[in-house]
Design a binder for this molecule. Structure first.
Ligand SMILES: [Zn+2]
Length: 116
């Protein structure tokens, strides 16, 4: 258990895991310890929950990290998946839950996705 854990702050919500790790490397190259949170593929996360991988740094590095990330965004601007593009979902015929398009089974009741 790392006692400095409490000092971690989120500085970036990445578009995907590749971007998150790229940014982690970028920050570490700048001498900032960074870690990626949320890149686990285990566990079913209900649709609508925040699933984007996040980049966290230690609080003393927050300002510098944010400047680097802002610079990165200016250069690599691209649509963020959280912005105005709703996640594609299908509705479970059994329980009515909305299931992310990536899943072939309902996360709630395991009903297979039906072909439209
Ligand atoms: Zn279901």
């Amino acid at each position: 258990m790392d006692e400095t854990e409490a000092e971690l702050v989120e500085v970036y919500s990445a578009a995907d895991i590749a971007e998150a790790h790229f940014l982690q490397s970028m920050l570490e190259n700048a001498g900032i310890k960074a870690r990626v949170v949320g890149d686990t593929l285990s566990g079913m996360i209900p649709p609508g929950e925040e699933t984007a991988p996040r980049v966290w740094v230690f609080q003393p590095d927050e300002e510098v990290a944010k400047e680097l990330l802002a610079e990165y965004e200016r250069v690599h601007r691209r649509p963020h998946p959280d912005d105005d593009v709703p996640a594609e979902t299908w509705k479970c015929p059994t329980c009515g839950e909305a299931v992310e398009a990536d899943f072939e089974l309902c996360w709630n009741c395991q009903t297979p996705r039906k072909a439209f």
